[in-house]
Write a protein that binds this ligand. Structure first.
Ligand code: FAD
Length: 452
């Protein structure tokens, strides 16, 4: 049976307008066809919510029915090279359960709160190791789905075209209730840091991108500092705990916060903008020595919990991806853009900008690296006054430079940005969506505006 749950009083404090008429909790996946079939009782749009941590209105209730997948929380089966789990399982829970069995996902994000349903159908780019797997959805090799008409479908990896579309479907083509993900043996990762100026970064760019490993950048335009974090898989390293730093004691407390990756401790009180700026910069410098010795850890150890509700983390960001070949030039233009923006509007983002290198990944239609290798750019802030306006100008800047946005992590997106980035892929998706959901049972106003 479905369970009606009260709307969270904080739901609109996130700054994201959602307002469904009902919020239901599906206790079993069999409840979903019932909800979809009762159009009078459960008004459209029917939107599925996982962990509810997206940066946009992609869940968007619009006076309809929001279905919370949180009760679909069973890990169904562990295999040699796969794991089968329900859509409401959080990635943190899954990754820790895998680690106990000596297994891991081939990409591991930094936060625990992503639901597997959202992982399967949204754009979640991560610093990648190899071509073909740069987004979490590419780990998905089977999807169990309920169509807008309430029919059950099972889609396997061999159905490549269908899988590619579903991995970018945001709940518009059906409701995912179970997924199978590819897994591999747990492998230690060596993490090195190098700090450089923009000029140094650009001069060394080819060497940086051609060396092996995943790349995460921490960028401070006003200090002319780029910290290059390289994560290298090293199967020769001892897997015994003695060779590995204890994350809670060292990296989580000391290294990651230094890069603004975990801002809770830095941003304890409101009104600390200048302290935050200098605090982050000070911490960055303090990290150089420690970082230069290198850190070894398992991927699951860098995962962290965000506060219970997304908006409480007081940490917000937006994400665009840019072609790798143009990235040095784009980074230079971004530095200039930030400085010019500050001069004119007296606003600058008060957290370090993150960036990830993405190998080409055609596993999903709206993949951020569909056309080739990319680097993301993720301006980050505490969401203080001026941030929303900054994003409007940043979006135009990013789009003009050939940027590719996402529907769940790029804020204040406009139709023209989407059309420019995805071109014919938007038309293809629109045609498919109209065929599979002609009554718009699953479509909300956010996607009606962006995708038609
Ligand atoms: C402070 C903060 C930090 C973050 N840091 C990171 C990070 O380090 N790395 C990273 O990868 N991401 C990060 N994110 C982004 C965030 O993880 C994702 O955008 C989001 O969490 C996706 O998972 P979710 O379960 O919250 O999705 P939701 O927001 O609940 O849903 C996302 C979309 O998927 C659809 N959907 C959800 N479940 C289903 C289903 N079962 N069937 C069909 N459609 C479904 C929804 O309708 C919606 O369109 C961060 C977000 C915040 C707020």
């Amino acid at each position: 049976m479905v369970l009606k749950v009260p709307r969270s009083p904080g739901a609109d404090s996130s700054g994201l307008y959602r307002r469904p008429r009902f919020v239901l909790r599906a206790k079993r996946f069999e409840d979903i066809p019932t909800i979809l079939g009762k159009t009078n009782t459960y008004p459209s749009p029917v939107r599925i919510v996982g962990a509810d941590y997206s940066q946009t209105r992609c869940v968007g209730g619009d006076g309809g029915t929001t279905v919370d997948s949180g009760s679909l929380d069973k890990i169904v089966e562990f295999g040699e090279d796969f794991v089968r789990a329900q859509a409401g399982v959080r990635i943190g829970t899954l990754v820790h359960a895998l680690a106990e069995r000596g297994q891991e996902l081939t990409l591991t994000p930094e936060i625990n709160q992503i639901s597997l349903g959202a992982l399967a159908v949204t754009t979640l780019p991560q610093a990648s190791y190899t071509k073909g797997v740069a987004q979490l959805s590419s780990l998905v090799i089977e999807i169990k789905l309920i169509t807008p008409q309430g029919k059950q479908m099972i889609i396997a990896e061999s159905q490549r075209d269908l899988m590619r579309v579903l991995r970018s479907s945001y709940g518009l083509l059906g409701v995912v209730h179970e997924v199978v993900l590819r897994v591999q043996p747990l492998t230690p990762i060596k993490i090195d840091y190098q700090v450089m100026t923009l000029a140094e970064f650009n001069a060394r760019f080819n060497d940086i991108v051609n060396a092996s490993g995943a790349l995460r950048l921490h960028i401070s335009p006003f200090n002319d500092r780029i910290t290059v974090e390289r994560r290298t898989v090293d199967e020769t390293l001892s897997t015994s705990r003695s060779g590995i730093w204890q994350i809670r004691k060292s990296v989580m407390r000391n290294v990651l916060p230094a890069f603004g990756s975990s801002v809770g401790s830095i941003l304890a009180a409101p009104g600390l903008t200048s302290a935050v700026l200098s605090g982050v910069q000070r911490a960055l410098r303090a990290t150089i020595d420690r970082g230069s010795r290198g850190v070894v850890m398992y991927a699951h150890e860098w995962m962290r919990d965000l506060p219970q509700e997304a908006w409480k983390s007081r940490y917000t960001y937006s994400l665009w991806a840019f072609p790798q070949a143009d990235f040095p030039k784009i980074l230079g233009e971004y530095f200039a853009f930030c400085k010019a923006y500050y001069k004119e509007h007296r606003y600058r983002c008060n957290l370090v900008v993150g960036a990830s290198r993405l190998h080409q990944d055609r596993g999903s239609l709206f993949s951020a690296s569909y056309d080739g290798p990319m680097f993301t750019l993720e301006p980050s802030s505490t969401g203080e006054k001026g941030w929303d306006d900054f994003l409007i100008d940043f979006n135009d800047f990013a789009s003009a430079l050939g940027g590719v946005p996402t529907f769940n992590q790029t804020r204040a997106l406009q139709t023209e940005h989407v059309n420019k980035a995805f071109g014919d892929r938007v038309k293809l998706f629109r045609a498919l969506r109209q065929r599979t959901d002609p009554l718009n049972r699953l479509r909300n106003s956010y996607f009606a505006y962006l995708l038609g």
